[in-house]
Design a protein around this ligand. Structure first.
Ligand SMILES: Nc1ncnc2c1ncn2[C@@H]1O[C@H](COP(=O)(O)OP(=O)(O)OP(=O)(O)O)[C@@H](O)[C@H]1O
Ligand SMILES: NC(=O)c1ccc[n+]([C@@H]2O[C@H](COP(=O)(O)O)[C@@H](O)[C@H]2O)c1
Length: 183
């Protein structure tokens, strides 16, 4: 059986890794959808699709299943998003997600969806990992070693710190969004 698991993986962290470990007990093959593939160089999405593919491929190489990383760009229309995913991915029988919108869209399209527990969510969250990177606090312990190597190879910390820095003329929200009309 082949499964599908999508995330932005900004970056791929130990919570994702635990989820893949669980999924690997249920499927022989897993497609890892690299979500929001067109986004990069922003506070919420610092890494390119290619960089995230490197992180994921290296990190999951130890698991005893075949994996395929497939970049999936966002669409303006949620109602056709599952068809878009299916048009880009090898065929799969079951989707894995803990994201309520993703679960809803797959269920409405008639795709079986499995959820997993949230692992140590207090710290295993992309937002927390990126915040630690920005503040030069320990982030390495929250990601697989292979991911830390990729982040270092691409000077990821410096990039994230640069794209997060503001010149004081705009405000950056908690989600990394920038207010285009600062008062
Ligand atoms: N600690 C975790 N345990 C289990 N599942 C997780 C964990 N963190 C994220 N996930 C799930 O993995 C999928 C992809 O998550 P995503 O890439 O958005 O990571 P995130 O940690 O939620 O990132 P961000 O804080 O950047 O939004 C989602 O279904 C999400 O619910
Ligand atoms: N309409 C759309 O483009 C659409 C809908 C649902 C999810 N997604 C994407 O799927 C991914 C879901 O991953 P997360 O669970 O990490 O949020 C994200 O990249 C999100 O942007 C896109």
């Amino acid at each position: 059986m082949r499964g599908f698991y999508i995330g932005r993986f900004q970056p791929y962290h130990n919570g994702h890794h635990r989820m893949v470990e669980e999924i690997a007990t249920e499927v022989d093959e897993l497609v890892l959808g690299i979500g929001s593939a067109g986004d990069s160089h922003s506070p919420r999405n610092p890494f390119t699709a290619g960089e995230r593919i490197m992180m994921v491929n290296k990190a999951v190489s130890d698991f005893d299943i075949a994996t395929y990383a497939v970049p999936i760009e966002d669409l303006d229309r949620n109602s056709v998003w599952v068809s878009h995913v299916q048009s880009m991915s090898p065929a799969f029988e079951v989707a894995y997600s803990n994201n309520p919108l993703v679960i809803q869209l797959f269920k409405e399209a008639g795709v079986e969806v499995h959820q997993s527990p949230m692992f140590n969510r207090e710290v295993l969250e992309g937002t927390e990992v990126r915040q630690r990177m920005i503040e030069d606090r320990d982030w390495e312990s929250l990601v697989p070693d292979e991911v830390a190597d990729v982040v270092r190879e691409i000077d990821g910390i410096e990039r994230l710190q640069r794209v997060t820095a503001t010149d004081g003329s705009e405000r950056v929200g908690d989600d990394g969004s920038r207010d285009p009309n600062p008062c």
